[in-house]
Design a protein around this ligand. Sequence first.
Ligand code: ADP
Length: 447
Amino acid sequence: MKATNAIKRQQRKLFIGEIISFAIIFTVLGFIIYALFQNAIYSNVDRSIEIQKEQILTNTIPDLPDPTGTSNQSSFNSSNNPPQNRTQNPGAGSPFQTETLIFAKDGTISNQDTIGQRNYQLLQQIKLDKSKKNKLVDLTVSTGNNLTSSFRTELIYVPTSNENAEYAGKYVIILANVDSEIMAIHSFQIVFLITLAIFAVLAVIVSYYLSRRSMQPIIKAWNRQQEFSADAAHELRTPLTVIQNNLEYLLTKPNAKIIDETESISNGLDETRRLKKLTESLLMLSRSDSNVLQLNVEETDVKTFFNNLITPYVEIASSQDKSLRIENNFNGSAQLDGGLIKQLSVILLDNALKYTPAGGTIVVTVAQVGTDLNLTVTDTGIGITDKDKENIFERFYRADNSRTQKTGGNGLGLSIAKWITEQHQGTITVTDNHPTGAKFIVKIPVK
Ligand code: ADP
C-alpha cells in the first residue's frame, strides 16, 4: 500500500500525539506513586516524633534515660544503624525509634551522658536554632568517611512547669533517624526510573503500532478514492472523445444532409447514453458512500413485481436470438425497495444478455427458500473465471474477456448490485453454470 506524504505526516502526528499522551500519563502516575510512597514512609516517622513530643510535654515517658549511657544506643556512627530508642517502650504504639537532645541555656547539649559518647560526637553537630521551634526539620550529620546520617527532627520548648527537671525550661530536639527510609526511597527511585525507562520504550513501540493501525483504514479509503477518481476520469474520457470526434467530423461536412450522416450522429448519441448511464452510476455510488440514499421499502407483491419487471426482457432477448425464461414461484408479499430491486435485477439481466452470445439461454428464477427471497439469473454465456469471481463486485473491475467484447460496460453495475443487496441485509454470490455460463444468486431475507 503506497502511503503518500500527507498520510505519512498524519501518521507522524498520531505517533507524536500518542507518545505525548503516554508521557503525560506515566509522569502523573509516577509522581502520584512517588508522593504516596514518600508520604507513607515519613508519616510513620512524624507520628513517632509527635508521640515522643507528647510524652515529654506531659511527662509520661515510661522510663528515664539511662544515666550511664551504656545502654543500646551507641550506633549512630553508621548511616545504616538508626539510634536506639531511649524510651524503652517505643512511644506507646510508635513503630519508630527516636532520640532526644536537651539544650542547656548556653546552647550546649546537656544530656551527653545519656546519649553516649559516640552519639554525642555526632549529634553535637546539631546547633540550637530557636527559629525552627515546633517545625519538622530534616537534618544531616557527618559520620566520617564521607558518610552521613539523616534525621527528621522537631525542636520543642519544655515549659518550666514540667515535672521532669531534666527537661523543664529547656529546648529539646527530638530526632528520628531516617537513614533506612532514605535508602528505601532511593531504591524506590532507582526501581521507578528503570520501570519508567522500560515503559518509555514500550510506549514508543505501542504508539508506533497504534498510529500505524489507526492509519490503515484511512490509507485504504484514500487509495480507494484515488483509484476511483482515476477510473471514473478514464471512463468519462472515452465517450467524451468519441462524441468530440463525431462532432468535429460533422463540422467538416457543413453542407451534408442529416440522412447522410446518421452513423456519426447515432454513434455520438450512443456515447451520450453511455455517459448518462455512467454519471448516474457514479452518482449512485457516491450517494451510497455518503449514506445519503435511504431505503424506501414498501409491501410488494413479489410475483407480480418480478413478472412485470422481467417480461419485457423476453422480447429483448428474442430480438437478439437468445431465449429468456422466467420461473417465478414466490407467493405472497415482501418488504422491498421496488426502485432499487428493479435496478439490481436490470443490472443482472443486462449482464446476462451482454455476456451471452446469440443462441444462448437465460433463466431467471424467483423463489422463496426458507425465510429468503432467492433471485437467480443463470446464463449460458462466456462465464467467469475463478480469479474474476473474486473481483467482479469491485468498482470498475471488468474481466479481460469482457473488455475485449466491446459491451459498453464500465464495471460499476455489480458493485451497485452488491450495495443494493446489502442494503436489504442480503447477499449476492456468483457460481459457474454448467456446462457454460454464470449464475448470480441474490438472497434477501423477507420474513
Ligand atoms: P460491466 O458494466 O462491465 O458489465 P459489471 O460490474 O456489471 O460491469 O460487471 C463486472 C464484470 O463482471 C464485467 O465486466 C464482466 O467481466 C463480468 N460479468 C458480469 N456479469 C457477467 C455474466 N453474466 N457473464 C460473464 N461475465 C460477467
